[in-house]
Write a protein that binds this ligand. Structure first.
Ligand SMILES: [Zn+2]
Length: 350
């Protein structure tokens, strides 16, 4: 019996390919290669090398086709390794997710067939997280799910794959910003301070715990905050939070200026990965939802990545406004597309 050929996604048309090269679109790496007639070299779309003139570039479905046409692989972007690297990272993500307790870097790398140090870098490049951070965030997500389903805190901790409760509490403090008991109960025993500011883009709520900012949102006030954290003690800003709110206000005026403020956000492992990928987009640049999904190692999860962008807990500070639709149009924004447009224009001017 003849084997069926696996369907492969069609490569984009030549203009879309050229655009992908101009944007250095990593999300399209592996979908096609671009070959330069003058140098005889082929590259993946994200290659950092200078772009040739448009008329000197042709696009081919894959490295094999490029080699068959007499081109050689670029030594800088190593276009032949894209598929292999991505498959290895996908395999590692599945391996970590299936493990009862987080595997060591050596175990993950061996499973993927790479040297540990090299694989660490590769995993981080593809997902925006280290393998250990990914394993931790998965475990935190499991713990949170187990707690939300009810049952004892201790039972949930063991179910989530922790060896000992103390480790779980330390992890949860770092990732959820709250101890599991507090998180279980709508933020009980957590003090959240808030400030309401009138900014150049309208009213903004800035809220934070003693560890960092937990909520920045347009058009919300303390009532919304109380609904979000019904058991928390909600208090007006102290001097520290006033200072943070002032910095947030400046960030809205000048979103291109990098600010390193303390964060204390609650989110699932997936949301945290998406938000980390958003924070990695340099000011003035944009990405598509597909690129964000690819950046966290889940190229199929475009819609879920879009939802996680929309659930952003810290507007502007986590720059979900830098994500556009793949056709380059603005797409949506939880607080109105006019604000997204304004933020992007401010970054472009800077
Ligand atoms: Zn290249």
């Amino acid at each position: 019996m003849r084997q069926m050929e696996a369907p492969t996604p069609a490569m984009p048309d030549a203009e879309a390919c050229w655009d992908a090269f101009l944007r250095r679109d990593r999300g399209l790496d592996g979908r096609f290669v671009g070959a330069v007639l003058t140098t005889g070299i082929y590259c993946k779309p994200s290659c950092a090398a200078r772009h040739p003139r448009r008329e000197n570039m042709v696009f081919l479905a894959d490295p094999q086709a490029a080699r068959a046409a007499g081109f050689r692989a670029c030594l800088r972007c190593r276009p032949d390794e894209v598929g292999r690297d991505r498959l290895a990272v996908e395999a590692a993500v599945a391996f970590i997710a299936a493990a009862e307790t987080p595997p060591s870097l050596e175990q993950v790398a061996a499973h993927a067939g790479y040297a540990p140090h090299h694989f660490h870098r590769l995993f981080k490049r593809e997902t925006g997280m280290t393998p250990a951070a990914y394993a931790r965030s998965l475990r935190t997500e499991r713990l949170k799910n187990a707690l939300e389903e009810g049952g004892s805190v201790t039972g949930a901790i063991y179910e989530a794959g922790y060896n000992a409760p103390s480790r779980a509490y330390a992890d949860a403090e770092r990732h959820l910003g709250m101890t599991p008991s507090a998180w279980k109960d709508g933020g009980r025993e957590v003090v959240i301070r808030y400030a309401e500011r009138a900014t150049s883009l309208g009213p903004v709520l800035v809220a934070g715990t003693e560890r960092g900012l937990c909520r920045i949102s347009f058009d919300e006030d303390v009532t919304d905050l109380r609904q979000r954290f019904p058991k928390a003690e909600i208090l007006p800003a102290d001097a520290r939070l006033e200072g943070l709110a002032a910095q947030v206000e400046q960030l809205i005026d000048d979103p291109a200026r990098p600010l390193d403020l303390p964060l204390d956000v609650c989110g699932t492992a997936f949301q945290q990965a998406v938000w980390a990928a958003l924070r990695a987009i340099p000011p003035g640049e944009t990405r598509s939802y597909g690129e964000i999904a690819a950046a966290i190692g889940k190229p199929g999860a475009v819609r879920a990545a879009g939802t996680a962008c929309g659930d952003n807990a810290l507007v502007v500070l986590i720059p979900c406004h830098r994500v556009l639709r793949s056709d380059g149009s603005l797409g949506g924004y939880a607080y109105g597309v006019e604000r997204k447009k304004a933020l992007l224009e401010r970054e472009k001017r800077a």
